[in-house]
Design a protein around this ligand. Structure first.
Ligand SMILES: *Cc1c(COP(=O)(O)O)cnc(C)c1O
Length: 225
């Protein structure tokens, strides 16, 4: 089932767009099924769960942290995380930089933006990102690399609204690229699109789609470990 789903979804994803398989709440055997199909990028939203899976599963898996990250948990993932999608404060970026330094790594990060019109707790506004990028503290950081932006659209049936919100995130990306990263080849990632809206996200310029339930089936949170 998982491999059939992957086959169907991969056929709709153009070259240059990465499929991130969101495996949160799903068992290791499900991840291995996707792994055997060739998937190497997996997304998790909980530090403890991701770390447990990282320890148990093949070491060439690239683990993406896509959920809210508390500063006191950065130390558990700093040695292995591939990309943190959810940086939403200077304080968090400082902590990632500090822990990355201890591991002698440069950790790739995305700035998460609040783009949905519905109430969500997390994500920056463009001005807040500017404040981070212009801070002395950020300019001193040697162990983080900001590679792009991440955002979520409103959970709605309105394709128009979803288009609008993804266009907005793309415009933030373009603004930051022009003003802060014009000579930085690493700033190139737009993480947007989930099971329900990833085709629209791709139309609007996504470079990473985060797809969970369309690959692995609906999640049962009552069984989450
Ligand atoms: C769970 C989650 C996804 C995947 O959602 P699906 O609807 O299952 O595809 C994508 N992004 C984030 C941030 C998530 O938390």
């Amino acid at each position: 089932m998982i491999q059939e789903n992957l086959k169907r979804i991969m056929a709709t994803i153009p070259e240059g767009v990465t499929l991130l398989a969101v495996s949160k709440t799903k068992p290791e055997c499900d991840i291995m099924e996707a792994y055997e199909f060739g998937v190497r990028d997996f997304g998790e939203n909980k530090v403890q769960e991701m770390t447990r899976k990282h320890e148990a599963l093949p070491k060439d898996i690239r683990w993406h942290l896509i959920g809210h990250l508390q500063t006191n948990k950065v130390k558990y993932i700093a040695s292995y995380v591939h990309l943190v999608h959810s940086v939403d404060s200077l304080k968090l970026l400082q902590e990632i930089n500090k822990e990355a330094q201890k591991c002698n790594r440069v950790i790739s990060c995305l700035l998460q933006f609040h783009t949905a019109s519905e109430e969500t707790k997390f994500g920056l506004l463009q001005d807040e990102a500017v404040q981070i990028l212009e801070s002395e503290s950020y300019k001193q950081m040697q162990n983080v690399q900001i590679c792009g932006v991440m955002g979520m659209a409103t959970n709605t049936d309105s394709a128009d609204l979803i288009h609008q919100e993804f266009k907005h995130l793309k415009s933030i990306f373009d603004f930051l690229k022009t003003n802060y990263f014009s000579d930085n080849q690493n700033f190139k990632t737009i993480s947007m699109g989930m099971s329900q809206d990833y085709p629209i996200a791709i139309e609007e310029g996504s470079t990473i789609v985060r797809v969970g339930s369309s690959i692995f089936g609906e999640r049962d949170y009552s069984k989450q470990s």
